[in-house]
Design a protein around this ligand. Structure first.
Ligand code: COA
Length: 308
């Protein structure tokens, strides 16, 4: 993982909008987030990618594919993966997937397809976000939630990716991030600001239902009980969402990894960053079964079961 060094506290935000540390901690569970000052989304992504390559002990020339997840790329084109390829000095194909906060799990599913067809041996997957670029810093309902960061993993073909579930309920009424409106002299329609708009309460309900439903699908299909799972690694959107999902699914909350207090919601980067923290803290043992679970814009949700 990589996060930019600048830490922004809740007190820092209360100087910008009508909010306070107590409200943000109690309603969302965030104390601070990292915010980029000069680094681009591609810089964050490439730094996480280099860390992943170092820990895998391979160089960029050995990669067969680079897949990136983002909703906050620096450009529409070239896509983020192209810019990561350039920074790493790799030569392999590279492209992005946009599925908002669930996108890292879409990358794993896509990579599994390449491995199954024998089209790749080593794939770099990266979730990277500069959410600070796409939040409206005058909207207290969203600007307190998000943070910047990137997480990456080097994947090899194997039998550790056991099962997955992906669901899309397409629509723009709950969460949307409009593109820049453009300046067409012919356009006579709506022109929206290119910032996140979110119905918090609808997102909350969707998130809890999605996580519980996906976890139970994976449990039922694979004959598992909570005792079989070492960790559930959820997308870090709101402490209370994870707490409600734990309560409703009957799984002890200690099995749900949480770092939202320190990092905020980093969208597609949150799951790979959480995995990196777990791994570096020595909390993962080879053979552990993990469930990764995410939800967000689309609306989309996804979960997968894997053996570490
Ligand atoms: N500071 C202080 N007060 C705030 C605030 C802030 N940052 N943001 C909203 N409020 C106020 C509201 O204006 C409202 O005031 P009112 O009662 O006077 O109208 C009150 O707090 C309650 O607002 P509400 O929106 O009902 O709060 P909530 O408990 O639903 O929490 C979210 C808001 C956004 C934190 C919560 O709905 C949430 O986390 N939703 C999911 C979001 C998410 O996961 N997004 C990412 C998708 S991947």
């Amino acid at each position: 993982m990589y996060v930019p060094p600048r830490i922004v506290t809740n007190d820092d935000l209360s100087a910008l909008v009508d909010t306070n540390d107590e409200w943000i901690r109690r309603r969302v569970g965030i104390a601070q987030r990292h915010i980029a000052v000069t680094e681009t989304t591609a810089d964050l992504a490439a730094k996480a990618a280099r860390n992943a390559l170092d820990s895998a002990g391979i160089d960029a020339a050995s990669l067969d594919m680079i897949l990136c997840a983002t909703v906050s790329a620096d450009y529409v084109s070239p896509n983020l993966a192209c810019m990561v390829q350039k920074q790493l000095g790799a030569l392999c194909p590279a492209y992005d997937i946009n599925a908002a906060c669930s996108a890292f799990l879409f990358l794993l599913e896509t990579a599994a397809g390449y491995f199954a067809r024998g089209k790749a041996k080593t794939i770099l997957v990266v979730g990277a976000e500069r959410m600070s670029r796409i939040v409206d810093w005058s909207d207290r309902g969203t600007c307190v939630i998000f943070g910047d960061g990137a997480g990456a993993a080097v994947l090899g073909a194997g039998d550790g990716y056991l099962d997955s579930v992906i669901t899309v309920r397409g629509g723009d009424s709950v969460i949307k991030i409009p593109h820049h409106a453009g300046k067409s002299p012919f356009w006579d329609g709506n022109c929206e600001e290119p910032y996140i708009q979110m119905n918090g309460q609808e997102t909350f309900k969707y998130a809890v239902n999605a996580m519980c439903g996906d976890i139970h699908t994976l449990f039922d299909r694979n004959g598992l009980t909570p005792d079989d799972i070492a960790w559930i690694v959820p997308h870090q959107a709101n402490y209370r969402i994870i707490e409600s999902a734990a309560k409703r699914s009957g799984i002890p909350q200690e099995k749900f990894y949480m770092n939202i207090e320190r990092l905020g919601n980093t969208s597609s980067a949150s799951i790979p960053m959480a995995l990196d923290e777990l791994s570096r803290a020595g909390k993962l043992t080879r053979g552990d079964k993990l469930i990764l679970t995410a939800f967000g814009g689309g609306l989309a949700n996804a979960a997968c079961l894997l053996t570490w």
